[in-house]
Design a protein around this ligand. Structure first.
Ligand code: HEM
Length: 512
């Protein structure tokens, strides 16, 4: 993999490559020792931020045998996801990701090409377009209601507050919402699925022996992560096979209205042979599994962090609760149209959570498809893995005032200046996550940007409004986190190390 600037005899000398700078390397392990010796332990997004402060926003490392470009400024992120978007539009497929994506024949990790284009188009059309997201409102309301009823039931058992495993419940609610949206029904083996999904998130972080030495058979053989990935993949495929069988028998029985979901459409395309790239059952199973995973893990992680930050910041909590309690005054239920119409501050809370706790800190790894000169001065060789450290960019004092503080007001267009920088609210007024403001890219940017942002935000916003409307939330005892960062667990998404547990006190009855 090592990039080379040497020329072969008889050929004109190749121009010398100007590779991006990076920390010193050792034979065999490359730059890994910088990660292994870090004070941040396995929180690699933090370690790479520290390293980039020394070596620059375009930094070249070798992680095991994999040349890896780490992108750590808004300007550099723009180069990779806009200026040279096509050159970086493929994913880097590690051996563990190859297990889950069956060699990249999927939508999340596929190389840039026709199959990806086709699968992404179907996902957007049948599930993620603005129209489809609107039409799934009933699913969101029912699943948020189920969550609120479950908390109310726990509260009714005691007269004072009650300690609730709210993190677990949020996780189930977000998963049920996205699964019902995609296949029309719940997953009967949901808890088993969620357990395997949590394993998959850790296994695919890219920092195991097999992924660091992808071409070494010894590394693969020695890697427990790869074997565990294969086991985990078999388990989720088994769950999916059951779901597909049910959907097929429902279609065979002629249930017309069961046909209106992503899985049904994919199966119909397969039956009719209409798709440009033929769809195998394996591809369909992979795509639907990925939608379940991409849609639930990210949203539940964000919602958990939102509640966690609100309990740590009583001023923000009071303001958010005052707003929602005023908007729904006298009512016993929160509905989506009214929440959308009346709440101004709550969306800022969601935005600020997505900034402070970028759920997918390196986006999904990209790969350079052709030699590319970036920022006019650095050459990135073909095959280089690219990590955009969206987490570091969203906490960079160059773009954000008090970047480590939780201040939803910074996104208030009325209260602060426009654009990034030093608006009155702390930088961020007018900045959005739509992929055009590169200091804030929790959903990525460019061709491979997340197509599920609208659905993710809708799923989270309604549940959060209900949780704040009906209940008061406090930290039960001394918080186990100890403060910023210590409570993070690294994986392809960064979530809380332990599931959030809070004391809930019901203030307003639920009538769902
Ligand atoms: C808080 C919620 C979410 C966050 C933070 C999030 C974040 C991301 C990120 C960072 C990427 C990679 C973007 C890039 O490489 O530039 C991505 C890709 C993707 N996301 Fe999301 N996502 C969320 C919700 C969802 C939902 C609800 C769905 C679907 C139900 C979804 C489906 C996808 C898909 C299919 C891709 C792959 C796009 C491609 O490679 O072409 N996401 N997401």
């Amino acid at each position: 993999h090592a990039p080379s600037s040497s020329s072969r005899p008889g050929k004109p000398p190749a121009p010398t490559l100007r590779l991006p700078p990076g920390p010193w390397q050792l034979p065999l392990i490359g730059s890994l020792h910088h990660l292994l010796l870090s004070r941040h332990g396995d929180l690699i997004h933090r370690t790479l931020r520290d390293l980039s402060r020394r070596h620059g926003p375009l930094m070249l490392l070798r992680l095991g045998s994999v040349p890896t470009l780490v992108v750590s400024s808004a300007e550099a992120a723009m180069e990779v996801t806009r200026t040279h978007d096509a050159a970086f539009a493929s994913r880097h497929l590690t051996p563990t990701l190859a297990v889950f994506s069956v060699g990249g024949r999927d939508v999340l990790f596929s190389p840039y090409g026709e199959l990806w284009r086709q699968l992404r188009r179907v996902c957007v059309l049948e599930l993620l377009s603005a129209r489809r997201v609107r039409s799934l409102r009933r699913v969101r309301e029912e699943e948020a209601a189920a969550l609120l009823r479950s908390v109310a039931a726990s509260c009714s058992a005691s007269s004072g507050g009650v300690v609730v495993d709210i993190g677990e419940r949020i996780c189930r609610a977000m998963n049920d919402t996205v699964v019902r949206s995609a296949i029309g029904g719940r997953c009967a083996r949901r808890d088993e699925f969620l357990r395997e999904l949590h394993r998959a998130v850790v296994l695919t972080s890219g920092f195991n022996l097999a992924d660091l030495y992808p071409s070494s058979r010894v590394a693969r053989w020695l890697s427990p992560a790869l074997r565990e990935a294969q086991r985990c993949n078999r388990a989720v495929r088994d769950i999916m096979a059951e779901i597909i069988r049910e959907q097929q028998s429902s279609a065979a029985a002629g249930h017309e209205d069961d046909d209106d979901n992503l899985l049904a459409v994919l199966l119909r395309l397969q039956r009719d042979g209409d798709a440009q790239c033929p769809l195998t059952t394996e591809i369909i199973s992979t795509v639907v599994l990925e939608i379940f995973a991409a849609g639930s893990e990210t949203s539940s992680t964000t919602l958990e962090w939102a509640l966690c930050e609100l309990t740590r910041n009583p001023r923000v909590m009071r303001k958010a609760q005052a707003e929602v309690r005023e908007a729904f005054k006298g009512q016993h239920r929160v509905t989506e149209p009214d929440a959308e119409r009346l709440l101004r501050y709550l969306p800022l809370v969601v935005k600020e959570t997505l900034r402070l706790h970028v759920p997918v800190p390196f986006l999904l790894p990209r790969e350079c498809r052709e030699p590319t000169r970036v920022m006019g001065q650095h050459d990135v060789p073909k095959g280089t893995k690219v990590l955009v450290n969206a987490w570091a960019i969203a906490r960079d004092g160059q773009y954000w005032d008090c970047p480590d503080e939780f201040r939803p007001e910074r996104f208030d267009t009325a209260g602060s200046g426009s654009g990034s920088g030093s608006g009155g609210g702390g930088g961020g007024g007018g900045v959005d996550f739509k992929g055009g403001d590169f200091e804030y890219i929790p959903f990525g940017a460019g061709r491979r940007m997340c197509p599920g942002a609208a659905m993710g935000v809708a799923n989270m916003a309604l549940a959060l409004a209900g949780l704040l409307y009906h209940f008061d939330w406090e930290v039960p005892d001394v918080e186990e986190d100890g403060g910023d960062g210590v409570g993070e667990a690294f994986g392809i998404t960064v979530k809380r190390k332990s599931k959030l547990v809070l004391r809930a006190t019901q203030r307003i009855p639920c009538a769902y």
